[in-house]
Design a protein around this ligand. Structure first.
Ligand SMILES: *[C@@H]1O[C@H](CO)[C@@H](O)[C@H](O)[C@H]1NC(C)=O
Ligand SMILES: *[C@@H]1O[C@H](CO)[C@@H](O)[C@H](O)[C@H]1NC(C)=O
Length: 237
């Protein structure tokens, strides 16, 4: 479940029109004035009608200046049509290695250098017009086209299915907060870069704490249960 002020384009969300219905764009547009951020991709699927609607929703969100986090099948769409996100500086992309490779090939017309994550993430961000990119992995590598940050907050050796939803969902909230706070509070760095670093640290700490309790049987639900304590440890002490 996403916090207030955020919505995801997940087709089955109660209270949202299914994003594969023919008038989904129109239905979702009604919600946009009330949204602080949009998270697109988790659980989406690749149905043609649905992706066409998502494209419309992305365009409407861009027109309103709503920050957008794109993950999972949303990244598949962006790899088909990079122009959708190109130059939109309120977008954050959160690819895993496979999604990153596909995006990189699509945008830079050649394979990413797997020995140089920093350079590759920086180049993809710049080629997209300084859209913030978060490459998820053993360490998370984040760039806004200017700086490159590495989040090495200790997690665990276990990666849960659905863990990415926790990252993209919390990122939606943190992006909104960081943009509200403005550049003085983010110490001169891009608010989106700082938000991305925060969401990575939060997700990793949730993973760490849940793993201490549940070990190999840790699920994303166990991680979500750690959000309160992890948030307070990272941001309120
Ligand atoms: C992206 O950032 C780099 C480094 O600061 C800068 O040289 C470039 O002009 C920026 N590109 C855009 C499209 O803003
Ligand atoms: C803020 O930026 C200044 C100058 O770049 C740096 O010296 C300082 O350590 C930064 N503070 C934090 C909390 O990152």
């Amino acid at each position: 479940r996403l916090p207030d002020g955020c919505a995801s384009s997940r087709g089955g969300d109660p209270g949202m029109q299914a994003s594969d219905s023919p008038n989904a764009v129109h239905e979702v547009e009604k919600w946009l004035p009330r949204l602080h951020a949009l998270v697109v991709g988790p659980g989406l699927g690749r149905d043609d009608v649905l992706l066409k609607n998502v494209k419309g929703i992305l365009e409407a969100s861009k027109a309103r200046g709503i920050p957008v986090v794109v993950d999972a099948d949303g990244l598949w769409l962006v790899a088909q049509q990079p122009a959708l996100i190109q130059g939109y500086q309120k977008a954050v992309l959160t690819p895993n290695h496979m999604e990153f490779g596909r995006l990189y090939e699509a945008v830079l017309r050649g394979p990413a250098d797997s020995a140089d994550h920093h350079g590759s993430v920086l180049r993809l961000s710049q080629a997209l017009g300084n859209v913030t990119v978060v490459l998820k992995g053993e360490h998370d590598v984040i760039s806004d086209g200017q700086q490159v940050l590495t989040c090495s907050q200790e997690g665990s050796s276990r990666r849960c299915g659905g863990q990415g939803d926790l990252l993209s969902g919390s990122l939606g909230v943190l992006v909104h907060w960081a943009l509200l706070a403005g550049p003085e509070k983010t110490n001169g760095s891009s608010p989106l870069l700082v938000a991305a670093f925060g969401a990575c640290a939060l997700t990793r700490l949730c993973n760490y704490q849940a793993f201490q309790k549940h070990g190999r049987s840790t699920t994303t639900t166990d991680m979500v249960a750690e959000v309160g304590v992890a948030f307070s440890k990272l941001f309120e002490t």
